[in-house]
Structure formats: C-alpha cells, structure tokens
Design a protein around this ligand. Structure first.
Ligand SMILES: [Zn+2]
Length: 496
C-alpha cells in the first residue's frame, strides 16, 4: 500500500510586550530612561523595599486603554491587579504586578494587510498591563550584574489567538502592530531599545492516514527583531515536522508545552524547560492596589483619539489617491505625514505630483533630519504650492528639490510663495519659445555628428533627442523646460 500523503498546517500565536510611552514607571515616579547609569533610576517602590506602596501611572493606564480600543477589544468595566510570583535575580519584589483573570481588554481583532492586497483579521485574546523586570548583565563566565533601572517600566502584553499560518504572516503581524502603536503614540516600539519583544507559540497540525496529530507547543522566548521572529518560527516548523516524522508520539498530549530560546548566531532554537502553567505562579490580587474602573467618557475619548486605523487609511489612500503600498510605507509611516498629505490635497495639490514629492523630495529632506515628513514643520499650503508649480511647468521636476530645500530652510520665516522662492533662486523654467529656439539652434550647431547620425539611422533618433536635450539644459543652466525643448528638437531633426 502507498503511504498516504502527510499534510502539515502550522499554528502560530504571538505574545508581544510593548513598552508604553510614559515619562515615569508603572507604579512609582522614577523616570523611564534608556542607558542611564545602572541602578540610578530606582526608588523604594521599584526596588520592592518593605513598606513601599505602588501608585498606578494614569498615563500608562490610558495608553493601554487606547491600545485595547484600537485592537477592537472589549474594554473591561472593572479590572484589577494581580501578583505573579516567581523568583529571579532581576525581580526585586519576587513577584511581578500583572493582570490575571480580569485584564484591561479582551477578545479583539486586528486586521493585517496580506501581500496580495487583501487583509486578514487576527484574533486578540487579551491585552493587559504589567511591569517590566530589571536586566541581568552576564559578564564572562563567573559573574552577573543586575541593573534595576528597567524594573517597573510599564508594559502592555498583547496575546493573539493562534490564527497566524506561518512565519511570514507572523512577521507581517508584528510589523503592522509596530506601525499601529507608533501611529497612536502608544509606544515608540524601538526594538533596539527592547521596547517591543516577541514570544511566538508554534505547533503543527499534521494530517496523516485519516488522523490528526498535534505537535507540542513551543514558546520561543524574548525575540527582539522581526527577522528573528520569522527565522525562529520557520525553524520550529521544520524541527517539529522532523521530530514527529521520526517519532509519532511527539505530540502535545504526550509531551506538553515547552519553552525555547533563540540563538541568533546559530539561527536555531534551544530547549530551555517544560512550560510552567499559571498555577505555578500563585497569582493573587495585589492588596496594595485598588481595582480600576474606567470612566465611560474616558473610553469614548480614547475611541475618538484612535480614529481611522493605519490599515483602513492605507486602503483609502490607495483607492482615493492612486498610491501603491510602497508609497504608503513612507506616507503612512506616522500619523502626522498622512495628515499633512491630506491637508496639502485640501489646499489644491494634484495627488500624483504630491505623492511623488512626498516619497521623493520631501522624504529626502526628512531623512537628512531624522524626522518624518509630517514633522518637518513645513506647512501644507506651501507643499501644495510647490506641487502646483511643478504640475504647471513653472519649475522642472529636477529643480523642485532645490525649491523644496529653500522652502524647508525658510519654514520659520515669512510665507513666500513657492513661485517667488523659485524666481529669486533663478529656478523658474524658461518657456519662452524664442529663447528656447536659440538654445536648440546652438545645440544643433555644436553637434553636427549627432544630427548626421540621427538622419542616417532612424533608430538613433531617440538617443539623439535625449543627447541634444541634455545640451539645451546645459546651455540654459537648467532653466529650459525639458518637454518644450524635446518638442523643438524633434521638429528641427525632422526638418534637417
Ligand atoms: Zn521607582
């Protein structure tokens, strides 16, 4: 008998920790600061000294609420704080304040774009608030130092349903989530600073011989880049399939859940330990903190602040302004840039030219300043103005960059029109036909060989037009309107 074909379906879920954008920690007033001198941003509360009492950071609570609303979650009318007990050197209290059975928000959906242009909704089990631990710094083989500056930093933990079908989709989810939290000002989500960390859960549903097998769930701990998320999930999918093929008892029922680490150098997962269950943590309500009941108008206020989500906005920009997804990567990277774009449209800019300017000249200036286009401080009216004078041919597409630079440099001065700025800088295109004709004639006179070639071989005519236009641009010091120059050159070539 021929063996039946094996069908493998990966099942992937994610736990994501996002550091909330607050100035101070979750339960004390210590500043949240990256790379401060070790143990210089601590106090009795975050050191867990006896008698110190935690107080909730209102801003962290609001940001977490905002995230819950943005993830289409049901926001709890009543939520409380629990102690999750475990012992680890970077945890001075020997418990972490988290949320167990009554999280801030539950049961949401988050839409991610798929490469084919469609979207997929991924279920969100919960999003809750908790505090971060400190950091162990392993130095050599014989000693480890502990820095508690990070202890007590507010974190939002987001747990998805296992709706992701593989490594690429998981990476897409992470990218889109980063865009969301940045867009809403919830987190800076800078992975190099550990502000966004991922823990994928991976297993396989294997159909074979009329039966379905489920491999053990691997939880891969503490990944801090999109790349490692993709590689680690891909690695686990292959490893689990291999293990099961060698031993059909390699199943969830027989082996349970397991924790793995990720070795970025070997690009492989490493078994750490069997996974603990929630009863291992001895959760119980924190007696030092009162439960939180969000005021109804606070939830409404957050809903208003969230507004249109990036995925929906991207869909609309593609449909309304003819953008590609690639254009959207720059224009919708943050909320301000998208708003500025639409303000410029409102001020009368042509969408096609404006898109080109945003991803070209304005983005060029923005990357030089380490800010987004939306944060350059250039007002929408002048951006629209520049798009207008390029569309109507007053300045060339090439000169537009110089005009944009001048607009940017004078952004705090009197609001001169783009045309005025271009005129002062001598960047207005020459469209006077007699002046143009003179440059064309001069170009013809100094390049008889090109004209002769074009006349002999029609295939070379196009190249000759390009070459001669270049000469005209040079003679005019860049002021000639290239389109008009091209027309005059073609006409003269035909006459030759
Ligand atoms: Zn503190």
């Amino acid at each position: 008998m021929v063996a039946k074909e094996i069908q493998i379906r990966p099942i992937v879920g994610l736990e994501i920790h996002v550091q909330l954008s607050t100035r101070t920690k979750m339960f004390c007033r210590c500043p949240v600061e990256f790379a401060a001198a070790p143990n210089s941003r601590v106090c009795p509360v975050c050191l867990g000294l006896p008698g110190a009492l935690p107080v909730i950071n209102r801003r962290a609570y609001e940001l977490a609420l905002k995230a819950g609303v943005a993830l289409n979650c049901r926001v709890a009318a009543f939520t409380k704080w629990d102690r999750k007990s475990y012992y680890y050197p970077d945890m001075p209290k020997n418990y972490q304040i988290s949320q167990y059975d009554l999280p801030l928000s539950e049961d949401g959906l988050f839409e991610i774009p798929r490469p084919d242009g469609s979207t997929k909704a991924i279920g969100i089990i919960r999003a809750h608030l908790e505090e971060d631990a400190g950091k162990n710094m392993h130095e050599g083989l014989d000693h480890t130092r502990v820095d508690l500056n990070r202890a007590g930093t507010p974190l939002l933990e987001i747990v998805t349903r296992p709706d992701l079908c593989g490594a690429d989709e998981a990476q897409l989810f992470c990218t889109e989530l980063q865009r969301l939290v940045r867009y809403l000002g919830i987190s800076e989500a800078d992975m190099q600073k550990g502000q966004m960390r991922f823990e994928p859960n991976v297993n396989l549903a294997i159909s074979w011989n009329g039966r379905e097998y489920r491999t053990p769930i691997s939880e891969i701990k503490n990944l801090n880049s999109f790349r490692s998320v993709r590689l680690a999930i891909g690695y686990e999918i292959e490893r689990q399939a291999r293990e099961w093929k060698a031993d059909h008892d390699y199943t969830l029922e027989k082996r349970g859940k397991m924790n793995f680490g990720w070795d970025d150098v070997r690009e492989a997962t490493e078994f750490q330990r069997g996974k603990e269950e929630s009863h291992d943590y001895r959760y119980f309500p924190d007696p030092d903190l009162t439960p939180a009941v969000p005021e109804p108008n606070l939830i409404e206020a957050m809903r208003a602040e969230v507004g249109e989500l990036p995925v929906a906005r991207q869909r609309r920009f593609v449909a309304e302004y003819g953008m590609t997804d690639k254009d959207c990567e720059i224009i919708l990277a943050d909320r301000e840039t998208g708003v500025l774009y639409e303000d410029a449209i409102g001020a009368g800019a042509d969408a096609k030219t404006l898109t080109k300017h945003f991803i070209g000249i304005w983005n060029h200036i923005a990357s030089g300043t380490n800010r987004s286009v939306g944060r350059l401080g250039v007002d929408a009216a002048r951006i629209a103005d520049l798009a207008g004078i390029v569309t109507d041919g007053t300045v060339s597409a090439t000169a537009a960059q110089q005009v944009a630079d001048l607009i940017y440099r004078s952004r705090e001065g009197p609001p001169d029109s783009a045309e005025h700025i271009a005129a002062v800088a001598g960047l207005v295109q020459e469209r006077d036909e007699s002046a143009m004709q003179a440059w064309v004639d001069e170009a013809f006179a100094s390049n008889p060989k090109a004209i002769e070639d074009a006349a002999k071989n029609p295939k070379k005519a196009k190249a000759a037009v390009g070459f001669l236009r270049g000469q005209v641009m040079k003679l005019s010091k860049g002021k000639a309107d290239p389109r008009l120059a091209g027309e005059l050159i073609e006409k003269k070539l035909k006459e030759a």
